[in-house]
Each structure stands twice: as C-alpha cells, then as structure tokens.
Design a protein around this ligand. Structure first.
Ligand SMILES: [Zn+2]
Length: 110
C-alpha cells in the first residue's frame, strides 16, 4: 500500500504542515509494524531471502533493522549497570574483532 501524507496550508500563519501518521516513524517509508516484522525475520534469516520473500530492497531491510536497533538503544536503561565484562570475538580470518560488552549481574549483552 502506498500512502502519501496530506499537506495542509494554514491561512493564519501561512505555514505548510504534513499530516501526522502515528503508525510511521519520522521520514521512514515503511510503518513501524512492518519494520518490526522485517527486523524479526532478518534476525533469523539471511537478508537476501527476506528481500526476495517480501519483494523489497536490501536497503528497506537495512532501514528496518536500523530503526528497531535505534529504538532499542534509545530505551536501554544502563542505570543499574555495575559489573561489566568485555569479550572480543574474531569474526573473519583477517582478524576483524567484534567487541561485546556484558552486564555480568544479569548476564545480558549491552
Ligand atoms: Zn497556522
């Protein structure tokens, strides 16, 4: 479904306003529910099959994953963090390292 938000010109202040869409996030071209759905699938499947399955671009899947990750990071509460652990994982043969931080009290990745 394609929907273009309506624009309204105010006669009093001469401003142009765009319709507020509660189901959309900012200038995202996809709604939040669809972004969450794509992100959930992209977490379990390689991204290319997800793009083929839903006839969307790799950039759309990337945007959905980024949106959900940003949303989670903005709401992450680290105020009770007191003991951390750092671990480095070698991802590829050319010694690219992925650094992970853990909350050792709760055993979660931060
Ligand atoms: Zn106005």
């Amino acid at each position: 479904m394609i929907y273009r938000p309506r624009r309204v010109s105010c006669r009093e202040c001469r401003g142009v306003y765009v319709e507020y869409l509660p189901q959309a996030a900012g200038k995202q071209r996809i709604i939040i529910a669809y972004a969450c759905f794509l992100e959930t699938l992209a977490r379990r499947l390689p991204w290319i099959p997800v793009t083929n399955l839903f006839q969307c671009s790799w950039a759309t899947v990337c945007s959905a994953v980024r949106h959900v990750a940003d949303h989670g990071l903005q709401r992450k509460n680290l105020s009770n963090l007191s003991v951390i652990g750092i671990d480095e994982i070698s991802r590829q043969l050319d010694h690219q390292l992925l650094t992970n931080g853990y909350d050792l009290n709760s055993g979660t990745l931060i």
